[in-house]
Design a protein around this ligand. Structure first.
Ligand SMILES: [Zn+2]
Length: 404
């Protein structure tokens, strides 16, 4: 049999399957029809032929990275807000002077479809260079029906252009816009936006920012119960600023994942573990905001939860789009082991998107989303996180990015 592609001579293949990342020293990967056909130990591939052979000598091979939480489609820059924040201004002061999420909402509403598309394309290309082959993207900078649809349509168009798999999430419940009362806006999301988003098939998931400064537990529950009724998956931003019992709410609502979790209490985390909700940590945000609090990683580990790590890329609270850096923050900021951090941006991130049967590990039957990294052992990815060691990015069996 002639395969489409064979990757040979890798120093290590990090499969993410089983204990300790399932590292195979040496070995090769056979690809057929965009999927992984076979993973061989050294010398087992004798007699296998392929249309294309990639020599991975001096390289470590890993699955493509999965960024399971981003706000990548936006307009405007918050550089000046960053300067003021570093000079000592509080987030609240900045918001009062027209900064914060609502300043990005203003810029995003003002931007044309094409402008948003070009900006999004720029960031997705940067991410590809850093090995991200699957990206979740949330709306939430429109906060009117028309502007939310504009953002979601940009994500759909981008998904036709870029090699990455894009997973769209509707986040109408990101902030309260100026104008309508709280109740009016929540009703607008439920009665107007959700049915339209579901009917047009523009989102896989619905998310809400449930916290003391954003949507209450009751408002969140109303919105997400409607989302579930419409057959959409549920995600939640919870317990970032304060513990409002968001983790437990995520478990009750049957969310696929809950993100931030910095202030989550033990009861909530136990409920999440029992309900199988994937915890998503955003340590790059903690770093960028100079936050003091940390999520209870020890308890998550004790409960055997599949911890995911994402960039949270957005113009206000995390300008980090490189997943290796976010994973390094998972270790340096949040206290994950290197193995946990790496699983966090691959197999567990895929779980947070319901894609664990398709991507996130090197296993026969999964898509051949693979990275060739110039390094001796996989630990270097996190040790030398500031060096881009990625030499080749493969998406569904095709080389989509290569650099020296
Ligand atoms: Zn977020």
């Amino acid at each position: 049999m002639i395969f489409d592609l064979i990757i040979r001579n890798a120093s290590q293949i990090v499969t993410m399957e089983g204990e300790n990342l399932g590292v195979i020293e040496g070995g090769s990967i056979l690809v057929q029809g965009g999927k992984i056909a076979q993973v061989y130990k050294p010398a087992e591939d004798k007699g296998c032929h392929a249309e294309r052979v990639l020599d991975a000598k001096g390289m470590v091979v890993m699955p493509g990275f999965v960024d399971c939480h981003t706000h990548l489609v936006f307009a405007g820059s918050r550089t000046q807000e960053f300067r003021r924040r570093m000079a000592g201004a509080s987030y609240e002061e900045i918001a009062r002077k027209g900064g914060g999420i609502l300043s990005t909402v203003k810029a995003t509403r003002h931007a044309t479809f094409e402008e948003l598309y070009e900006e999004g394309l720029k960031w997705l290309r940067e991410m590809l260079r850093w090995g991200t082959t699957t990206v979740e993207i949330k709306s939430g900078y429109g906060l009117t029906l028309a502007d939310e649809l504009k953002q979601l349509s940009v994500i759909r168009s981008l998904s036709e252009e870029v090699p990455q798999t894009l997973v769209p999430t509707f986040l109408g419940a990101h902030a309260f816009p100026e104008g309508p009362s709280r109740e009016e806006y929540v009703n607008e999301v439920i009665d107007l936006m959700l049915p339209e988003v579901a009917e047009k098939g523009l989102a896989m998931f619905v998310d809400a920012f449930c916290d003391s400064i954003a949507f209450s537990n009751e408002e969140t529950r109303r919105i997400l119960e409607k989302a579930a009724e419409l057959g959409l998956g549920i995600k939640l931003h919870v317990d970032e600023i304060e513990d409002t019992g968001g983790a437990r709410l995520a478990a009750e609502l049957g969310a696929i994942s809950a993100e931030h979790l910095i202030k989550s209490n033990e009861v909530g985390l136990r409920a999440m573990a029992e309900a199988g909700v994937v915890p998503v940590l955003l340590p790059a945000t903690t770093f960028f905001l100079k936050e003091k609090a940390r999520p209870n990683v020890d308890l998550m580990r004790e409960l055997g939860m599949p911890v995911a790590v994402a960039t949270d890329f957005n113009p206000g609270s995390s300008t980090i789009f490189a997943l290796p850096f976010a994973a390094a923050c998972g270790a340096l900021v949040d206290g994950l082991t290197l193995e946990e951090a790496l699983k966090g941006i691959t197999i567990n991130a895929a779980r947070a998107l319901g894609l664990a049967d398709e991507v996130g590990s090197v296993r026969p039957g999964k898509y051949a989303d693979l990275l060739l990294l110039e390094m001796d052992t996989w630990e270097e990815l996190l040790y030398l996180f500031n060096r881009n060691s990625i030499r080749t990015v493969i998406k569904r069996g095709e080389v989509v990015c290569a650099h020296e």
